[in-house]
Design a protein around this ligand. Structure first.
Ligand SMILES: C=C(O[C@@H]1C=C(C(=O)O)C=C[C@H]1O)C(=O)O
Length: 450
């Protein structure tokens, strides 16, 4: 396996990309990820996703890592990716198995790589050394090299095939680690004051909406298994985007988010608004009652309208048509949301990173007007958002890809897991109800740990 491990050199790649893939018998997800080297990548799309039809990818190690910082991080990543993909030699019979860059961005332009985000730059994308892709009932092995010879890639392929055949075919999930201690970054009084101050800003017309978040530091009782935690999240949230991004220093960012930021295939864009939240009922009747109440809530519909409007405004200059579907309920294991799917046809070819940059942050996680909302978030939140609520996903050589908004997520370092969750504040937000909503949004990750 030593040849499969990425050395320091992968972080400043030179030479051209060679990629080979072949169909394989679907291996066990848990076995693959448990025996993968860092940086590992996990990406799984909702089972029902129309354009991807439920795809899972695990990346073992790195053939190349692209990193960038600052407000031009989107462009820098795109340029470095273009260098990487130029003159590449890719041999695959399946679109799903093509080489892809997986990673994401920090929420703020002036992101600070300090705890709990040390190791996470403003942007990081990994071209996996080995990519295992599952789609429907099929699976593929892809091996990527940069700056190696043709003979080199054949050897990597042989090693990777041997590695796969050595894996156990079943994976039993271990018990969750449990939580020994919890510490909130924001106490209830500070929260109340922050929400009231934002509501006041909205009432005087300085803001229209702002999304305020909280952080929860959980010290684990036992050792964390990242693969097992992800497997639990995938099981409870099959209709979410599951993700894992390894920093290069041993930290991990993982989650299961219901929110798509954007997908691009050719000139077809899929996106959507997700904002406005209520809980789950104890019975189907109670669930229905809560859903109906959410659909008719003036406050939640206003919160949601602002997101739909902002997305349409960003897409309009780029698109020939924009289609806004009917507003509906998105029911998850712990909460229900208002959701409006949107799609568009672009007037010309665009790279998905241009769309990601244009859309991030939508008012579902930032606010309006964007600059004032971001300044309010910066001065109000006593912690670093890091990669929380920011774009995570993948793109390929053609500039196609999918990005989700990294919600219901946590960053882990040794025995501490820091969870994040936020809520949209509008004129009639009540601090105590918003507090409760934050606690509900911690549940996906908390349940996977307890
Ligand atoms: C900010 C979060 O969620 C966002 C805010 C929502 C709301 O305020 O109703 C709903 C879904 C997400 O767009 C989060 O989960 O942390």
């Amino acid at each position: 396996m030593s040849r499969l491990r990425g050395g320091e050199s992968v972080y400043s790649f030179e030479g051209s990309l060679i990629s080979r893939s072949l169909p394989i018998d679907p291996p066990s997800f848990l076995s693959v990820i448990r025996s993968s080297d860092t940086p590992r990548t996990v990406w799984s799309t909702p089972e029902q996703a129309s354009e991807t039809g439920g795809t899972t990818v695990v990346g073992n190690g790195a053939a190349a890592v692209l990193r960038a910082d600052g407000s031009d991080r989107f462009m820098t990543i795109r340029e470095r990716a273009t260098d990487l993909f130029t003159n590449s030699d890719v041999d695959t019979d399946a679109e799903a198995a093509r080489p892809r860059l997986f990673g994401g961005f920090a929420f703020h332009d002036d992101h600070a790589s300090r705890a709990p985000w040390s190791g996470f730059p403003g942007a990081q994308f990994v071209l996996p050394r080995i990519q295992i892709t599952w789609k429907d009932d099929r699976a593929w092995l892809t091996v990527n090299t940069v700056g190696e010879s043709q003979r080199g890639i054949e050897e990597y392929l042989t090693d990777a095939t041997q590695w796969l055949s050595s894996l156990s075919t079943s994976g039993e999930n271990s018990d969750p680690p449990g939580i020994a201690d919890r510490e909130r970054a924001t106490d209830r009084d500070d929260w109340r004051a922050a929400v009231e101050a934002s509501v006041e800003q909205i009432r005087v017309g300085a803001l229209r909406k702002v999304v305020l978040a909280q952080a929860l530091r959980a010290t684990l009782a036992d050792e964390l298994s990242v693969p097992d935690t992800l497997a639990r999240l995938r099981e409870t949230y099959p209709d979410c985007f599951g993700f894992l991004i390894d920093a290069l220093d041993g930290a991990h960012f993982l989650g299961a988010t219901p929110e798509r930021l954007v997908s691009l295939r050719g000139r077809t864009v899929e996106t959507g608004a997700l904002a406005g939240t209520t809980g789950r009922g104890d019975t189907p009747e109670e669930d229905e009652w809560l859903a109906r109440e959410l659909l008719s809530s003036e406050k939640d519909n206003h919160e949601h309208d602002l997101v739909v409007e902002a997305i349409r405004e960003q897409l309009e200059p780029l698109s020939t048509t924009i289609t806004t579907d009917e507003r509906r309920i998105r029911r998850l294991a712990t909460v229900q949301h208002l959701e409006t799917p949107l799609s568009a046809e672009l007037t010309r070819d665009e790279h998905i990173l241009s769309l990601v940059e244009a859309l991030h942050p939508t008012p579902a996680v930032g606010g309006l007007p964007p600059d004032r909302a971001l300044a309010t978030i910066r001065t109000t939140e006593p912690f670093e958002r890091g990669w929380y609520a920011a774009p995570v996903g993948w793109f390929d050589a053609d500039g196609n890809g999918t990005f989700a908004v990294a919600l219901r997520s946590a960053v882990t370092a040794r025995d501490v897991v820091t969870l994040f969750a936020g809520v949209g504040i509008v004129a009639d937000s009540d601090p105590d109800r918003e507090w409760d909503e934050v606690q509900l949004k911690y549940r996906p990750v908390l349940d996977a740990l307890e």
